[in-house]
Design a binder for this molecule. Sequence first.
Ligand code: ITT
Length: 192
Amino acid sequence: MLYFKEMEHRTIIFVTGNEHKIREAEAILSPLGIILEQNDCGYPELQEDELESIAAFGAEWAATMLNREVMVDDSGLFIEALGGFPGPYSAYVFDRLGNERILKLMENEVNRKATFRCVIGYCCPGAKAQVFTGEVIGEIAKESRGNSGFGYDPVFEVDGVTFGEMGEDEKNRLSHRYRALVRLAEWLRVRH
Ligand code: ITT
C-alpha cells in the first residue's frame, strides 16, 4: 500500500523515561511504518499550565541537544470537579499522592467527569516544534480496577471500563496517546 511505503524507514527518537509510553507508542506507530528509538536523556519541563507549551519546548530542546528528529509526550489527567487538577502536574501528583488519594479526594463527588490528554511534541533540529493533541473523555472510577497499563489507568474509565481493565490493544485503539500519535503520523505522511 502506498501509505505504508511512503512511511518506510522513518526513525524518530522518543525522549521519555517512561517504558510504558514507549511500548504503547511502538504498538501504535509501527504498523504505520514509524520506528521509535528511546532516549531517556530527559528534557527541562516548563512550569506551564498548557501541555502544548511544555511539549513544544521539550521537543525543540531535545532536537537541538541530540541533533536528531525527536518526539516527546506530555500527558495529563484533568478532573472536572477538581478544577482540572492534576492536569500538567499529573506526574508529580501521581508520585506523591497516587491513585488511592485521588479516589479519596473524589469520594463524595457526583461529577466524575475527567479528560485524559496527550500532547506529542515533534521537532527536527533547527525547526520549530509541531504539537499534536489527543484526548479522551471519561470518568474517575469509584475504586481502582484492573492490572493492565500504568499510572492512572486503573482509575480512569471509558464507558464503564477502566484503562486498567482493557487489554493493551483496546486501550491503544481509543486512548489519548493513540489519538495524538495518529495525528502526528498523518502530518508526517502529508508533509514529508
Ligand atoms: P516522561 O515525561 O519521561 O515521558 P512521565 O511518566 O513523567 O514520563 P508525563 O509527565 O507525561 O510522563 O505523565 C504524567 C503522569 O500521567 C505520569 O504519572 C504518568 O504515569 C501518567 N500517565 C501518562 N500517560 C498515561 C496513560 O496513558 N495512562 C495512565 N497514566 C498515564
